[in-house]
Design a protein around this ligand. Structure first.
Ligand code: PGA
Length: 258
């Protein structure tokens, strides 16, 4: 049984102070939630203060990026160990905005995933096609290349515990959502690819999120798809009511009212 994971990717929104007041509210709003893992990924600067506030709660902390080296002369970078010490359990890797604006490649993502796992962090590895790639029928090829490249060098028992996020680039921040059927199709493809690269057990255990304009109103239908194990949420994770609404819709999908 895969526990769904609803993660808020705050991107470059919310100052450390805003992050603190947000999680104080969120903590109350989701205090009784069970059976769904809840994660927030704020700016690096808010990690340490949030880790204190979230201690003992059902909300976990993740970072939005990291560098693969353990330490060294890498001005402006943050290591996996620094993230661990700041209270992170997860780290988002290879988000399409990192790929698009910061030149991140599948090879970079694989190195970062290696370093994250070596330091006890769970990578959330993002993959997804552009609108052009979808329109020209290249979705499956792109996803295959990204899955193979980003997981390169990882062992089956490592992949079992990590999270993959399918985020079609054209659905991120646009208000356009992949239809539940289209999202399910790609999530199933990712699971199949992992089964081919590793084995059936690994494919059955790995959690695969969907991301791209997830909102309270479309969450239930997306989350009820058999290969969608949660959501990576951008815009709607910035408002307590919306983020809590997505979490509650997921809980209800798991335990529909009788
Ligand atoms: P969105 O972003 O929910 O605002 O589309 C998703 C993401 O970038 O992870």
């Amino acid at each position: 049984m895969r526990t769904p994971i609803i993660a808020g990717n705050w991107k470059m929104y919310k100052t450390p102070r805003e992050a603190v007041s947000f999680v104080e509210e969120l903590k109350k709003a989701v205090a009784d939630v069970q059976g769904v893992e809840i994660l927030v990924c704020p700016t690096f600067l808010a990690l340490l203060p949030l880790s204190v506030i979230l201690e003992g709660s059902n909300i976990r902390l993740g970072a939005q990026n990291m560098f693969w080296a353990a330490e060294g002369a890498y001005t402006g970078e943050v290591s996996a160990e620094m993230l661990r010490e700041s209270g992170c359990t997860y780290v988002i890797l290879g988000h399409s905005e990192r790929r698009q604006y910061f030149g991140e490649t599948d090879a970079n993502v694989a190195k970062k995933a290696r370093a994250a796992l070596d330091n006890g962090l769970v990578p959330i590895i993002c993959v997804g096609e552009s609108i052009d790639e979808r329109k020209t029928g290249r979705t499956a090829t792109v996803i295959e290349r990204q899955v193979h490249g980003s997981l390169a060098g990882l062992a089956a028992d490592e992949v079992t515990g990590l999270v993959v996020a399918y985020e079609p680039v054209w659905a991120i921040g646009t208000g356009l959502t992949a239809s539940p059927g289209d999202a399910q199709e790609v999530n199933a493809l990712i699971r199949r690819l992992i089964g081919e690269l590793y084995d059936r057990g690994t494919a059955a255990s790995v959690r695969i999120q969907y991301g791209g304009s997830v909102k309270p109103g479309n969450a239930a239908e997306l989350m009820s798809q058999p290969d969608i194990d949660g959501a990576l949420v951008g815009g709607a994770s910035l408002k307590t009511a919306d983020f809590a609404g997505i979490i509650k819709a997921t809980v209800e999908t798991l335990n529909p009212p009788q």
